[in-house]
Design a protein around this ligand. Structure first.
Ligand SMILES: [Zn+2]
Length: 444
């Protein structure tokens, strides 16, 4: 209305601004009990918030963060009273159990629901697509801790590593993803055996249902997950699925599809996209057994070819959703969107400024897992901005890349005394000399 250069943010989205979310994260940290005795110089809240600020600012290392502590802005923008030095931050965070961070993830997802931002991510009849996948982020032959996975080689040497099961709400048409609290894959209290992705998935699904008992999900995973016990677990948690399958790993299933084809039960369907020069070809059949030893586990099968002038891409999935000509195209898009957990989540964390594979400090107990989890939390806050904050979107569009956005953000953060993240983004968008108000809240 009155501000030709301004961005008018919808009223219900003001709780989803960077400043509001930093405040929410800090209040979440403040409820975590400090395992140390009372007379501590730096609070656990400040130590956790400092780690969060380090990842939020995309500091390349803990030492770099320590060198440029910019105390003033860390206090005004991130609400940190005292910033610990690098050694002290590691000491405070090493004994912290990563699971205490779960409620903070949950409260941000709640905020997204409240702002009606999550609704926009719904994929099918109010169901959200939830992609799950494991990834490694640390490996060493020398550095290790109590929660490292061990791999003993033939010559007796050992490789230590950390992995996690990542989870993100995705949508085929949206670049932003909503990561949930990841499940660490590592050694657990009192056990000697190495953990594995399948056990991590079992733990993850139990906690998913505790945190979000009423959210409707369609889980999407790669072909390693297409086995009867896992499908049963998904079913027991009232979760739908679209899971990859491979002819080499699921020979019985593909034989059954062939038999169904001979019996005339298989449907072929084709859709031509002339503008894109693509032909989408499907064959599908409902209600076939997954494998010979679990014939009572029945699935619906989709095979898909995307054909262009010089390339054919081939995919296949099983799902519990009944497949028809009406929905097969949409289900295919859901199955293909799974790559977003690899590309838009893990690759972004590894290559787009977050330094997921950098060792910020390993500790002897939990430090490595705590850092990885807090980094995922910072990523969740950033993705929420990307999805909901018009100001963030405008700055990103202006600068053209996240890498440049983070670089400019850090430069301003370290060089100027700022009141808020909003002020920082406004400065990036309009330059410092322009006068406010630049962002108004729609009060209609
Ligand atoms: Zn370790």
């Amino acid at each position: 209305m009155g501000f030709p250069m301004s961005i008018v943010a919808p009223k219900e989205r003001k709780h989803l601004s960077a400043d509001a979310l930093f405040h929410l994260v800090r209040s979440g940290f403040a409820t975590i009990p400090d395992p140390r005795c009372d007379d501590v110089d730096i609070s656990l809240t400040d130590a956790l918030m400092s780690a969060f600020a380090m990842f939020s600012l995309k500091a390349p290392s803990l030492l770099a963060f320590d060198k440029e502590r910019a105390e003033g802005n860390l206090h005004t923008i991130y609400g940190i009273e005292r910033v610990p030095c690098d050694t002290h931050m590691r000491e405070i965070l090493d004994p912290v159990s990563p699971k205490v961070l779960r409620p903070v993830f949950k409260s941000i997802v709640r905020q997204l629901q409240r702002g009606k931002a999550l609704e926009a991510m719904a994929f099918l009849d109010g169901h959200y697509l939830l992609a799950l996948d494991g990834t490694g982020y640390f490996s060493s032959t020398t550095i290790h801790c109590a929660s490292c996975l061990h791999k003993v080689h033939r010559n007796g040497s050992v490789t230590y590593s950390h992995q996690m099961l990542g989870a993100a709400i995705i949508h085929p048409d949206m670049r932003a993803v909503i990561p949930l609290m990841p499940e660490p894959i590592g050694k657990h209290d009192g056990t000697d055996k190495n953990d594995c992705e399948r056990n991590a998935a079992k733990r993850f699904l139990i906690k998913l249902r505790q945190d979000h008992p009423h959210l409707k999900f369609i889980v999407t995973e790669d072909s390693l997950s297409s086995n009867a016990p896992h499908i049963e677990t998904l079913h027991n948690h009232a979760l739908h699925y679209i899971l990859g399958v491979k002819e080499g790993d699921h020979a019985f299933l593909f034989q059954q599809v062939q038999a169904a084809e001979h019996a005339g039960r298989v449907t072929y369907y084709e859709r031509h996209d002339r503008a894109a020069g693509l032909v989408h070809r499907f064959r599908f059949v409902n209600d076939v057994p997954l494998n010979a030893s679990n014939v009572d586990v029945r699935v619906n099968f989709i095979e898909y070819w995307e054909m262009s002038k010089d390339k054919v891409q081939h995919f296949s999935w099983v799902t519990d959703l009944r497949v028809s000509r009406r929905n097969v195209f949409h289900l295919m898009r859901g199955g293909r969107a799974r790559w977003k957990i690899e590309n838009e989540t893990f690759n972004t964390l590894k290559n787009q400024g977050y330094n997921f594979e950098h060792n910020y400090g390993h500790g002897t107990q939990n430090l490595s897992v705590v850092f990885a989890t807090v980094m995922m939390l910072a990523f969740l806050v950033d993705q929420t901005q990307q999805l909901c904050c018009a100001l963030f979107q405008a700055v990103w569009a202006k600068l053209g890349s996240k890498r440049l956005l983070w670089e400019r953000m850090r430069a301003l953060f370290y060089d100027y005394a700022l009141m808020s993240m909003c002020q920082l983004f406004e400065a990036l968008l309009y330059g410092f000399k322009k006068s406010s108000p630049l962002v108004a809240i729609d009060s209609s």
